[in-house]
Design a protein around this ligand. Structure first.
Ligand code: NAD
Length: 262
């Protein structure tokens, strides 16, 4: 099948994710417009020059980078896939405004398996409830990761909350900006565990690509749901799959659930 080439703006093109994505874009027969702070200190100038030529934007940079990108996109909207993690409420508000004009997806984890884990976690939380099972989420990432707990761990917290609410018969919205967990485990944490609390612990070190386990700890039994990423190419593959799914859609804020039909 002949592909009509499009211009894909890669923001954070020199990074680990950026390099995987550049390969996927080229392999699919499209063109990359690269923006990388280490090569061009005038990032905003580069964006203003390249955005009018782009049909799609892929962002795997830094929260500061995403701030600049969103400012430029609000002035010149283009469909986009945002993978940068550690984003704030301000970023999410800007994304909501942008989504009125173009289709976009912002996800803290583009792996197919992790998105399935989000669903399974909600299902388990509905079935097990908050009274008899304590929930603890443990995530591990490489030593370079700058945010903690990971966006995916926060997504898992939201899944537990949504699953529990569904189990209690409460109406709940799809939580895009999750309420932060009650407990963060770290050095110096000595207080006991309040009933119904969701605990989150982050481990950082070495070259761990990304691991998440949700423990449902009861009296005399436990359920553990785990996902382990062993190659970061899965995130690039998922982001590229999301990008292709997004092309031609109506404006709106979509999720990986939509892309995967979960
Ligand atoms: P990286 O440090 O290897 O790459 C980031 C790149 O972005 C670097 O080359 C850096 O110079 C560039 N950059 C930073 N600020 C910029 C700016 N203002 N303008 C232009 N370029 C800028 O990191 P990485 O492992 O490629 O990850 C990038 C981001 O993606 C991180 O936030 C990471 O947590 C996130 N990530 C998300 C997923 C997911 O599935 N959503 C998966 C992996 C990584």
């Amino acid at each position: 099948m002949t592909v009509t080439p499009i211009n894909v703006l890669l923001f954070g093109a020199g990074g680990r994710m950026g390099r995987h994505l550049a390969r996927l874009v080229h392999e699919a027969g499209h063109r990359c417009l690269e923006v990388e702070a280490r090569q061009d200190p005038d990032v905003r100038g580069a964006l203003d020059h390249l955005l009018p030529q782009a049909s799609l934007v892929l962002d795997f940079s830094s929260p500061e980078g995403t701030t600049l990108l969103l400012e430029a996109l609000l002035a010149r909207p283009v469909p986009c896939v945002i993978g940068t993690t550690g984003l704030t409420k301000t970023h999410h508000e800007a994304l909501d405004v942008l989504a009125r004009q173009v289709p976009l997806i912002c996800a803290s984890n583009f792996s197919v398996g992790l998105n399935l884990l989000l669903q399974l976690t909600a299902q388990a939380a509905t079935a097990l409830g908050p009274a008899s099972f304590d929930v603890e989420i443990v995530e591990a990432h490489h030593r370079h990761k700058k945010d903690a707990p990971s966006g995916s761990a926060q997504g898992l917290v939201a899944s537990v909350q949504a699953g529990r609410a569904a189990g209690l018969g409460q109406v709940h919205a799809d939580v895009a900006d999750p309420v932060m967990p009650v407990l963060f485990h770290g050095p110096g944490m000595t207080d006991g565990r309040p009933a119904g609390a969701i605990g989150v612990a982050a481990v950082r070190g070495g070259d761990v690509v990304g691991e998440h386990t949700v423990f449902f700890l009861g009296e005399g039994e436990r359920v553990e749901l785990s996902h382990r990423a062993t190659d970061r190419v899965i995130f690039a593959n998922g982001a590229w799959r999301a990008a292709l799914w997004l092309l031609g859609r109506s404006p709106g804020r979509y999720t990986m659930k939509n892309v995967l039909g979960l």
